[in-house]
Structure formats: C-alpha cells, structure tokens
Design a protein around this ligand. Structure first.
Ligand code: NAD
Length: 492
C-alpha cells in the first residue's frame, strides 16, 4: 500500500497549547515556518515571549495543585499515559503525515518508526508509574530514615527539529509519569506535531495545564529556562545552545539534563566477514535523515588494507539513495532542514577541503530533486585533527575516512576532543566485542550496529561536550525525580 500523500491536502497551524487549549497569540517575534521538502512557507508562528511563558507556567502550577497529579494513585497516572499511547497509535496516519509534511522525516519512516516509537516510549513510561520506589536506610533502632522520590514540579523541555515527535515523547512522558507538569518548546523549524501530541494527551485524560507547548526560538527557550516556576530543565540540541542554557539554569540554580551534539566514530576491525551488511550499516549511519542525527556515524575508522573495498561498497549503496520530498514514499534521502543549515554544512565542507581534505564521493547539492535542498552523500579523506570538519558537526550526509594499521591506533582515532555521544564497533571476535567498548569514550556504544536503540529501556546521552544526564530507560525517568530524605526520630 502506498504511503505517499498530497502535501497540499494538509492544513496545519502551530499555535501554543496552554491550559488544554490552542492559543494563537504570542508576545514574541513572528517567525515564518517552511517545510524542508520544498522550502515553501506553510505558516508563521507568534512566538511566546516572557508574558506567554509566564501564563503557561502559572497554568502548570495551578493544574498541579488542582489535579493533585503527583499525589494521585500512580495507577491513575499509568492509565492516562497508556491511553495516551493508544491514542497516538490510533492516530498514526495523521501524526505520520503531519511529521513528514513539516520536517525532514520521510513518510516511509514516520509511519512504521517515528509514530510507533513515540507510542512505545509513552507506554513504557506509563508502565513505570508504580515502580518508583524509595529506600529505607540503615539506622540505629530509635530512628527511621526514608529516601523518597518526588517530582520537581514544572519541567522545561526544549527539543530540536530532527525527530520532533520522538524527542518530545522522550521528555514529556517520563516527566509526566513522575508527577511533573511540562512546558515543551519544539524547534521553531518544526512546531506542528507537539501541539497535536498535547491535544491527544488531554483527550487521554491528562488534566489541562500539565502539558503545555510554547512556540518560538531561542528567546522563548531562554524565557522558559529562566522562569522561576521551572524547577528542572531538559534540553536536546547543539552544544553551543546547551552552554547558553546552562548559564540561564545556573542563574536560577536549576539542574539541567543536556543531550548535545556528536561526532560519532564507526570503528571497523578487519575480522568482519559479512562485508555487505557492514557496508549497509555504514551507509545508513551517515545518511539516515540526511545525516541530521545527533548519533550519526561520521568518522569511519577502518583498517588500511580494507578501506578502499569498504568505501566502494558504501558508495554503491548510497548511490541508490533517492532524494525526494518527504511525502513521497519512494524517497530515501531526506532534505536538509533549511537553507541556513545547508549553507552551514557547505561552508564547513569548503573549510575542510581548504584545510587539506579531499572529496572522494559527492560534495554537491543534488540538482533538480525538488525545491528543497538535498546534499549528495559525501565521503572525505584526509580530514586532519585541526580541520573544521573534524572539530564540528556537519549535520549533513558527510563521512570522513581514517585508515589505521593496528588496533591501538583505531582506538586512539575514535577519541574526539569535544564530543563523546555515541560510537560503534564492528567485529566478529566475541572477546574484542566485549572488551573494546569499554575503551571507547562515548555515552552509547553499539556493537555490530549503528543507530538508535530499538527498545525504550536503553538510556542514551553523552559525556563531555555531548552533555550529561540520560533520556530513555530508567535513568530517563529518574531525571525528572529528586530525592528527599525523611528522618523519623522515635526515641522513647
Ligand atoms: P539548536 O541548539 O539550534 O536548537 C535546539 C533547541 O533549542 C531549539 O528548540 C531552539 O529553538 C532552542 N534554543 C536555541 N537557543 C536557545 C537558548 N538560548 N535558550 C533556550 N533554548 C534555545 O539545535 P538544532 O539545530 O535544533 O538541532 C541540532 C542539534 O541537536 C545538533 O547539534 C544535534 O547533535 C543535537 N541533537 C542531540 C541529540 C542527543 O540526543 N544528544 C538528539 C538530537 C539532536
């Protein structure tokens, strides 16, 4: 069955969502929103300024008080979240189309992946509601010391444009199930699906005011982080923005979880027998979503004797990627999200070549695919350690190749001076598969795979310049809970 759809049949606006209602007006700047596939303006948003953020924060505080959300039987919270997940599944077609229409996500992927994953994440956290347990510590007999977990109250969640629905679910679901209210700010480039998600949450029985969506860019995000009612910040985005968010959070002494950028290595040992599968994994690792993935594999570290053969295999696979609009189910290469992002990647590429790199494959825009911008899958050689293409994320389908002679050199090449988000190791040797991931500095290491984990149980998050704290898994729930010590003295 064809998944393709007519983009002109979709009508969507991107209001704020405050206190369970759509709110079109904002006191911030007006921002035009373009769909990436043809860069046509589809709406404009009136960003939330300080006043609108304050209104949403007040509504969240009031809703927490009136609904007694955090104090309810945890099965009530579970039931709401599980109904919410069911509604996401029931609305798969609408959500998948909305996401593909407005972002870089291909309809062939949003139906089976993004929407299904979104529902799974919400369901996984719903099921955690009554598994948040405290501890009794060891004390003398005349006292009891309990450690209990409680929500922060209002959480500020700020997300990027590359996986709008999944990124929203990864923050909103654990925050809500832990008993918090949320102010979610989607990217100003992809403001649509978050509003629909919030509406479905209310339809599932979530008290109005607990899930608010605020539209806008950096100024709106900053106002959310600085708002005194916001007790915890969870951010996914670039390292540069993460630093600014930390400054704002520090001023209010608020904790922040930061999921930032990456420059992830793909380390291939010479013993891998299934070269075709390996080449497929590598091709996907740097071209999936047009390379606009935080964990994209962008540095291929391969044994000198095998490099050419492997690159030829990868080149043959990426040559079959078909650039095309996200609403056409035969498209297999995503557009770059915006002219600005494409110009940034291209200027970085130019700087990398000027610093001595050579282009082995690609390097240009695909001509005539659509009005959107599609960059050819690109393979670089000779990207040195001081080159801009080594130091910064391209966020485009660009792979740099590094050749090594021995394993120690391969491990050393995997290190990056700023980023430590993800990495992958490819080997058929069971002992190396167990031992070497421990020597690769990254928050997430795949062995014989490269790409997002299929299960909600796996925490993800980086080290150093890639941030700290985790989304997903049990750690992703604990991020929205704070510990309280309660000491009972019962001496007679
Ligand atoms: P970005 O940092 O430009 O923006 C992210 C979000 O922050 C947007 O909603 C933006 O409006 C907001 N923002 C911008 N300035 C702000 C400020 N001063 N205060 C508060 N909010 C502000 O990132 P992007 O271009 O949207 O996304 C791409 C980046 O995200 C890449 O660096 C990528 O690696 C990273 N990313 C990381 C992960 C992860 O899990 N580690 C996942 C996806 C994307």
């Amino acid at each position: 069955m064809s998944l393709s759809f007519d983009p002109d049949k979709i009508r969507a606006d991107a209001p704020h969502f405050i206190d369970g209602r759509r709110v079109a007006d904002g006191d911030g700047a007006e921002i035009e929103v373009r769909r990436p596939s043809d860069l046509r303006v589809v709406t404009s948003i009136k960003a939330a300024g300080e006043e609108t953020v304050d209104r949403a924060a007040r509504s969240a505080v009031a809703a927490l008080g009136e609904s007694r959300w955090a104090g309810r039987n945890p099965r009530d919270r579970a039931a709401v979240l599980i109904r919410f997940a069911d509604l996401v599944v029931r609305n798969v077609e609408e959500l998948a189309r909305l996401e593909a229409w407005s972002s870089t996500r291909l309809i062939a992927e949003t139906v089976p992946r993004d929407v299904v994953r979104t529902a799974e994440i919400i369901r996984y956290y719903g099921e955690q509601a009554d598994k948040i347990e405290g501890v009794l510590t060891t004390t003398a007999a005349d006292a009891t010391c309990m450690i209990v977990h409680e929500p922060y109250g209002v959480v500020g969640a700020i997300i990027p444009w590359n996986f709008p629905l999944i990124n929203a679910a990864m923050k909103v679901a654990p925050a809500l199930v832990a008993g918090n209210a949320v102010l979610l700010k989607p990217s100003e480039l992809t403001p649509f699906s978050a509003v629909r998600l919030a509406e479905l949450a209310v339809e599932a029985g979530l008290p109005a005011g607990l899930f608010n969506v605020l539209q806008g860019g950096g100024a709106t995000g900053s106002a959310i982080v600085r708002h005194p009612a916001v007790g915890k910040v969870s951010f996914t985005g670039s390292t540069a923005t993460g630093r600014r968010i930390l400054e704002d959070a520090a001023a209010g002494t608020k904790p922040a979880t930061l999921e930032l950028g990456g420059k992830s290595p793909i380390v291939v040992l010479p013993d891998v027998r299934d070269r075709a599968r390996l080449a497929g994994l590598i091709a996907n690792a740097f071209t999936y979503n047009g390379g606009q993935v935080c964990t994209a594999g962008t540095r291929l570290i391969v044994h000198r004797a095998q490099a050419d053969e492997l690159i030829d295999r990868v080149a043959a696979i990426v040559a079959t990627r078909r650039p095309g609009p996200t609403w056409d189910d035969t498209s297999s290469l995503s557009p770059i999200v915006s002219e600005r992002q494409a110009a940034r990647a291209e200027s970085l590429l130019k700087g990398t070549v000027a610093a001595g790199a050579t282009i082995r494959l690609g390097g240009r825009r695909h001509a005539g695919a659509n009005a959107g911008i599609f960059l050819e899958p690109t393979v670089l050689e000779g990207v040195g350690p001081s080159s801009p293409g080594f130091l910064e994320e391209f966020f485009a389908p660009i792979l740099a190749v590094y050749r090594y002679d021995d394993e120690e050199e391969a491990i050393a090449l995997a290190y990056h001076p700023l980023y430590a988000l993800a990495a992958s190791l490819h080997t058929d040797d069971a002992a190396k598969a167990m031992a070497l991931p421990r020597r690769i500095e990254a928050g997430f290491v795949w062995v014989n795979a490269h790409g997002r984990a299929p299960e909600s149980t796996a925490p993800q998050g980086g080290f150093r310049g890639s941030g700290y704290g985790k989304d997903m898994g049990r750690a992703g729930l604990e991020a929205y809970l704070r510990q309280k010590t309660v000491w009972h003295s019962h001496s007679m």
